[in-house]
Design a protein around this ligand. Structure first.
Ligand code: HEM
Ligand code: HEM
Length: 174
């Protein structure tokens, strides 16, 4: 079944969730650039895809938001005691998923590097700095740290549900 139901997330929501989790995990490997200026296996084989995968994630998150809006009355119910916190947590995950690619693009264009995802020139490299755009773009790194903490918390809470509360929350996303 492709749509969501009160019992579980449907196949499209699950594909968005796990596909994007994989790609975001890949994007976080960019932190490895901090080691030896990226001159190692991770930096040389996986990280060079950062701009292209990040740009793909921008498209995916917009589609995912449209999909989530269509499914909003049709998703598994949250425990009323913590529903507000769960909604706030999921909202912040979405905010991070939107803010990361937008600030990444602003960093590139604002620094005059242009934007060429998958070799398609969406903005030319011209060496001209746009100060305001570069300064919004400089939030890319701090937001990456916040998103990483949020994701770690999200995974931790999921494991707590699965192994301690044993309430089937993980199963409805599998
Ligand atoms: C969901 C999407 C994205 C995630 C999760 C992500 C994550 C990251 C992370 C973790 C870093 C390392 C930060 C640090 O070491 O402090 C980084 C750096 C960087 N990202 Fe992204 N990124 C995403 C999308 C993009 C996009 C779309 C672009 C450009 C079009 C981009 C351009 C950059 C650049 C240029 C850096 C290096 C910044 C610097 O050296 O200060 N990112 N990103
Ligand atoms: C980059 C990593 C991740 C992000 C950004 C993320 C984001 C989200 C978001 C936004 C939702 C709300 C449902 C939706 O709109 O799709 C969600 C639900 C969920 N996530 Fe993740 N997730 C990530 C990784 C994981 C991982 C690794 C696990 C498992 C350990 C996990 C387990 C779940 C579960 C069980 C739900 C359903 C919770 C509920 O009952 O509503 N997530 N996730």
């Amino acid at each position: 079944m492709s749509g969501d139901s009160k019992e579980r997330y449907g196949s499209i929501s699950r594909l968005f969730h796990w596909g994007m989790s994989f790609l975001i995990g890949w994007q976080l490997l960019k932190f490895f650039d901090r080691i030896a200026d990226g001159e190692h296996w991770v930096g040389e084989t996986l990280v060079p895809w950062h701009i292209s995968i990040g740009s793909l994630l921008l498209v995916l998150v917009l589609l995912r938001i449209l999909w989530a809006a269509r499914q909003r009355n049709n998703r598994p119910e949250q425990d009323p005691a913590t529903a507000f916190l769960v909604k706030a947590g999921h909202f912040l995950l979405y905010a991070g998923m939107v803010a990361m690619p937008i600030t990444g693009v602003m960093y590139m264009i604002g620094s005059g590097y242009g934007w060429q995802p998958f070799g398609i020139e969406l903005a030319a490299r011209n060496g001209e700095e746009i100060a305001w755009m570069a300064s919004v773009g400089s939030l890319h790194s701090p937001i990456a740290w916040l998103l990483t903490i949020l994701i770690a918390g999200h995974i931790g809470i999921t494991l707590l549900h699965h192994f301690v509360k044993k309430d089937g929350v993980l199963r409805r996303m599998l």
